[in-house]
Design a protein around this ligand. Structure first.
Ligand code: SF4
Length: 181
């Protein structure tokens, strides 16, 4: 499928996995946006896990009828970027760097596509602090980052329910080998 013609109300949505995709797309559509997904997650611990999550995101994107663009899987570069913070607890400095890496790349992709707004499915997770994600996004571009806390309005449950109904793969850890441990 080719990239849609960029229009003013199209948002490039960073997609972390298939489970987290459903409700954010519905919410953005309710707000009047068109959505294009971007799967860029170099944090994922192995190629095998990466393939499972990408496959789940593609399946959900097809159900939702949105275009999903795949980024590169650059795990070694990600490991270099978080070096020194491996033993941080989930939610600490390593995660902040991880959000920044993923959102910076999403902004680059949006620039390439001529899309003005970006946001992320990350905020639908009850384990992700909206203020941290939002500060990172706005720090890259206050004007272009759309700060939506998708976990509001019972969003975490809604997205899980949508994923269950569509038989989407559920992962049981955040993504990197340090969260697995
Ligand atoms: S725990 Fe999750 S958000 Fe934090 S660094 Fe690992 S993959 Fe990234």
């Amino acid at each position: 499928m080719s990239i849609i013609t960029p229009i003013g109300n199209t948002v490039l949505l960073h997609v972390c996995c298939g489970v987290c995709l459903g409700w954010p797309v519905q919410k953005l559509r309710d707000e009047g946006y068109c959505v294009v997904g971007y799967f860029f997650n170099p944090n994922i611990s192995s190629e095998e896990e990466y393939s499972k999550r990408l496959g789940a995101a593609k399946k959900m994107a097809k159900t939702l009828e949105i275009e999903l663009i795949e980024g590169e899987f650059l795990h070694n570069e990600w490991l270099k970027a978080i070096a020194g913070f491996e033993s941080e607890k989930e939610g600490g400095k390593r995660c902040e760097i991880c959000f920044r890496i993923r959102l910076e790349e999403t902004f680059k992709k949006a620039e390439e596509l001529g899309l003005k707004k970006i946001t992320t499915t990350l905020t639908v997770s009850p384990h992700k602090d909206f203020d941290v994600v939002s500060t990172v996004g706005k720090g890259i571009s206050e004007k272009r980052f759309l700060p939506v806390d998708f976990k509001k309005e019972d969003g975490s449950k809604k997205t899980r329910d949508l994923a269950k109904r569509n038989n989407i793969y559920f992962q049981n850890y955040c993504g990197c080998e340090f969260s697995f441990r």
